[in-house]
Design a protein around this ligand. Structure first.
Ligand SMILES: Cc1ncc(COP(=O)(O)O)c(C=O)c1O
Length: 380
């Protein structure tokens, strides 16, 4: 079945009693056993739940995996996936990953005995050079957050295969509608379903998608053992959101390219970071591994923090908020918001400055988006 058809149908039909069109929300914490050895597929909602399972089947299909575990947040999905490694293992990742992921790796998991190298993954040689005898994995986030650098997924997977490393990709920024890392060789895909998959800014959630038996079993074991699974209601909301993923992504992208072109020409803007612009240094790579360029973009205003603040304080339509991927357009300031959990040195090394503003382009009409942005830039 075509991708969009799978968005609407896979996993959804779970009601054998009344044949309902949408998946019922099974709020039950526990399920009756028929006898000491038999139940109807679910025994306790931490371990498994029919509504959550519907979502898991759906996302696994969209990413081209064989299994998925839907978790309470994107961070819990990332944390669960990291249990594929053991203390003493070394993992290579980008120097400009999401701030919360950086914090989890740099502070929490380093204390637990994992070791990380944060490198500029645009250059595959940096990745090759970072491999050590205890390297066990490569964490990919592409396009990166917030500067939209593109990582060559197939290139990284080639390196990983040669060295026997596990590859994990955070596919939150594009969604499987626009990028399917498993088709390029990635072993595990994670999502913050809070973003495009749900798409309506009314849930936080995550997902870990796997495609081999060993890693699937390990992730399922961990999600149950630690209690990371999402609530049935949250699963239902995400499943509902995914049904319109394709049309939403198309509308998001339409606004994003128009806004990026407007910003690119604006005299008060120093630089625009959007892989859809022909001038983006990795436009060709993005074109080759993505089905579209998505709707996240960042830009540097001319000047410094006062100019950035002036823009942020004068925007119309765009609301100041962290998060992304909802139908409404948001802006945020990585320096004090999404990337405040990175150290200052790490932010600067990643190229995040006091002039940088990140935009999540919603599905509003592009003309209204441009008018709202233009109003703010004219206040500088
Ligand atoms: C790329 C990326 N991955 C993971 C996360 C974490 O997701 P959550 O906030 O749902 O825990 C975020 C949150 O912004 C993100 O942008």
């Amino acid at each position: 079945m075509d991708f969009q058809t799978r968005c609407v149908h896979v996993g959804v039909n779970k009601d054998g009693t009344f044949n309902s069109c949408t998946t019922p929300i099974y709020t039950s914490s526990t399920f009756y056993w028929d006898n000491l050895t038999t139940h109807r597929g679910f025994d306790y909602t931490r371990s498994g739940n029919p509504t959550r399972r519907a979502l898991e089947e759906n996302i696994a299909s969209l990413e081209g995996g064989t299994d998925c575990r839907a978790t309470a947040t994107g961070m819990s999905a990332i944390h669960s996936a990291m249990f594929l490694f053991k203390p003493g293992d070394h993992i290579i990742t980008g120097h400009d990953i999401y701030g919360g992921t950086f914090r989890l790796f740099y502070s929490v998991l380093t204390e637990q005995g994992l070791e990380f190298s944060f490198v500029d993954m645009q250059d595959l040689d940096n990745v090759r050079k970072a491999i050590k005898p205890n390297t066990k994995g490569i964490w990919i986030e592409t396009p990166s957050n917030p500067l939209l650098r593109v990582v060559d997924i197939a290139g990284i997977c080639g390196i990983a295969k040669q060295a026997g490393l596990t590859t994990i990709a955070d596919n939150t920024f594009l969604s499987p509608y626009l990028q399917r890392p498993m088709e390029l060789g990635v072993d595990v895909v994670v999502h913050s379903t809070t973003k495009y998959l749900n798409g309506h800014s009314d849930v936080v959630g995550g997902a870990v998608v796997t495609r081999d038996k060993e890693r699937s079993e390990r992730v399922a074991y961990i999600v149950n053992a630690i209690g990371q699974g999402c609530s049935p209601f949250d699963a239902w909301l995400v499943l509902r959101g995914i049904k319109t993923l394709g049309p939403r992504m198309e509308a998001h992208q339409k606004g994003a390219i128009e806004l990026a072109r407007f910003l690119d020409k604006h005299p008060k803007v120093e630089r625009v970071y959007y892989p859809g612009l022909e001038t983006h240094p990795q436009h060709a790579l993005a074109k080759s591994q993505q089905k579209g360029f998505g709707a996240m973009l960042s830009f540097d205003v001319k000047g410094g923090r006062p100019e950035a603040e002036r823009v942020l304080n004068n925007l119309q339509l765009f609301q100041l908020a962290e998060s992304l991927g909802g139908v409404e357009s948001l802006v945020e300031y990585p320096e004090t918001m999404s990337h405040a959990s990175m150290t200052l040195e790490a932010r600067r090394a990643a190229g995040i400055s006091e002039r940088t503003i990140r935009v999540s382009v919603g599905i509003e009409h592009p003309a209204d988006l441009i008018a709202g942005m233009s109003h703010a830039l004219n206040k500088i």
